[in-house]
Ligand binder design. Structure first.
Ligand code: NDP
Ligand code: ZN
Length: 191
């Protein structure tokens, strides 16, 4: 077996253990680990061959949603993977709405590796939302999520046309007209 294959299995196993008690918000309460594996799979399907990016995709929600720290990721998987995960991790302690606003603002300044993870993450979530509405969500909340995703994606364009095309198809099918040219509000341009 190649060293890369072994590393991907080690990373998948780490994420599965960390997310073992979590479920997605869909009505079926899908195991959470389906999400990071699916995000990594979108990247592979889109031709991404950078192992650090695939590992960061597998780990991308561990720091935000579990007791994992960036230092732990750095010591197990190295500084490069840890730095991509850090870039896609919201600052804990901030209000949810503020975190979402900062994602829009920070996307354009992210590294190419982090932008790839963000694109695949948003593609997975909007595809999930198109498939089914989480319990307690209104149609309006889903619509607002599509709009927000389009704004984050706007800052990540120009690095993988396949992911962007897939995202644009889902968004336009769900009422976001011309997602590539979505207008950002004044407070979504600067911190
Ligand atoms: P959301 O409430 O926006 O939930 C979406 C997030 O949940 C995704 O980004 C994804 O994150 C995760 N997720 C888990 N399961 C699914 C699934 N099946 N489909 C799609 N996404 C899933 O996120 P937060 O709880 O972080 O934010 C709350 C914010 O939502 C508030 O601050 C407010 O801005 C907004 N809100 C809007 C309302 C409205 O009606 N417009 C009402 C209430 C809140 P991940 O990739 O990390 O798993
Ligand atoms: Zn995610």
């Amino acid at each position: 077996m190649s060293a890369t294959t072994a590393l991907i299995i080690k990373t998948t196993n780490f994420a599965a253990i960390k997310h073992k008690n979590q479920r997605r918000k869909d009505p079926e309460k899908t195991p959470y680990i389906n999400h990071p594996i699916g995000v990594a799979n979108y990247l592979v399907e889109a031709g991404v061959e950078d192992t650090d990016v695939i590992q960061a995709a597998l780990l991308h929600d561990t720091v935000e949603d579990t007791d994992t720290t960036i230092e732990e990721i750095s010591s197990v998987f190295g500084q490069q993977v840890a730095s991509i995960v850090a870039e896609v991790t919201d600052q804990k302690g901030l209000e949810k709405a503020e975190r979402k606003r900062l994602q829009i603002i920070h996307a354009k300044n992210a590294s190419k590796q982090a932008k790839l993870v963000k694109l695949a993450d948003k593609l997975y979530n909007i595809t999930d939302l198109e498939r089914s509405l989480p319990e307690s969500w209104t149609e309006e909340r889903r619509h607002q999520y599509f709009i927000w995703a389009a704004k984050v994606v706007k800052g990540c364009r120009g690095i993988n046309s396949r992911l962007e095309e897939q995202i644009d198809q889902v968004l336009t099918r769900n009422g976001v007209e011309d997602p590539a040219n979505i207008t950002l509000l004044e407070n979504e341009l600067h911190e």
